[in-house]
Design a protein around this ligand. Structure first.
Ligand SMILES: NC(=O)c1ccc[n+]([C@@H]2O[C@H](COP(=O)([O-])OP(=O)(O)OC[C@H]3O[C@@H](n4cnc5c(N)ncnc54)[C@H](O)[C@@H]3O)[C@@H](O)[C@H]2O)c1
Length: 255
């Protein structure tokens, strides 16, 4: 029997990250997560005490070094790294946006991915195996009016993924991205509220625009994303690298 996978997830306390953590744990993996919010780490510990949880802000290099140091001590390596952290950033026409909000959005979506990938690449190159998945978005595949910081950050995530797939492929390390569509949950409710305000529209009108832009006329669940991550890190995907994989019911437009 092979050793359990060692899985590290950023922003794993709630939302998609929590679904990833629970799904990988249920598959038999050893899982460590960080989250900026101590409450989510406490909640996850109650749900599944075997998952290692640490409070860390992915944009803070010292926090990440402390988290990943603990992971090193516990796991002595990593087989799967899921750079999942990201925030939605401000909504509005570009001329209304604040530079600090722009920077915060790029930082939350990109700095954490950089720091996790940097650490994971060192381990995976040495062991000549491993799989990295970055969480982008359908916002990383389309133009996204009123959400320029988020779309820019998520296209950046794809650029990082494509580049690392080239850099790490020779070492047998695969790098892919998952691009979720609108995921049911608190976050999308906040996004709808902000967009409705920015567009001066009713929140239900904005919700319908999202659904109508999807061929399958559906949102997706965090578990759909976890299923895709399990597939991409399985032997069934052993030759898949450099893929930006939408999990979205097929988005036609996100305007
Ligand atoms: N929810 C969606 O509809 C959707 C769609 C496409 C892509 N995504 C992407 O999926 C990823 C996860 O999204 P989600 O909906 O689960 O998010 P969420 O807003 O539900 O937050 C999940 C967790 O991230 C943590 N977090 C936020 N900033 C952090 C930071 N700086 N450091 C560490 N933890 C931090 C939060 O505390 C929370 O526990 C993000 O990269 C997001 O951009 C989400």
């Amino acid at each position: 029997m092979s050793a359990p996978k060692r899985v590290v997830i950023t922003a794993g306390g709630a939302g998609i990250g929590r679904a990833l953590a629970l799904a990988f744990h249920a598959s038999g993996a050893r899982v460590a997560v960080c989250d900026i919010d101590a409450n989510t780490i406490a909640e996850l510990a109650e749900i599944q005490p075997e998952i290692i949880g640490r409070v860390a802000n992915v944009t803070d290099a010292d926090d990440m070094a402390a988290f990943l140091g603990d992971v090193d001590a516990a796991f002595s390596g990593v087989d799967v790294a899921l750079a999942n952290a990201g925030t939605g950033g401000p909504a509005g026409p570009i001329e209304s946006l604040d530079l600090n909000d722009w920077r915060a959005c790029l930082s939350a979506n990109l700095d954490g991915a950089f720091l996790l990938c940097q650490w994971a690449a060192a381990h995976m190159k040495a062991q000549k195996s491993g799989s990295i998945i970055l969480t982008s978005s359908t916002a990383g595949m389309f133009g996204y009016p009123m959400r320029s910081p988020y779309a820019t950050a998520k296209w950046g995530v794809i650029g990082l993924m494509k580049t690392l797939a080239c850099e790490l492929g020779p070492y047998g390390v695969r790098v892919n991205a998952i691009c979720p569509g609108a995921v049911e949950g608190d976050r999308m409710e906040r996004v709808l509220k902000n967009e409705a305000a920015a567009k001066n529209q009713d929140i239900e009108e904005v919700r319908q625009i999202y659904v109508k832009g999807v061929s399958m006329r559906t949102w997706v669940s965090a578990d759909d994303i976890a299923d895709a991550a399990l597939f991409l890190t399985s032997p069934a995907a052993s030759k898949i690298s450099g893929l930006a994989m939408p999990v979205d019911g097929h988005t036609e437009s996100i305007t």
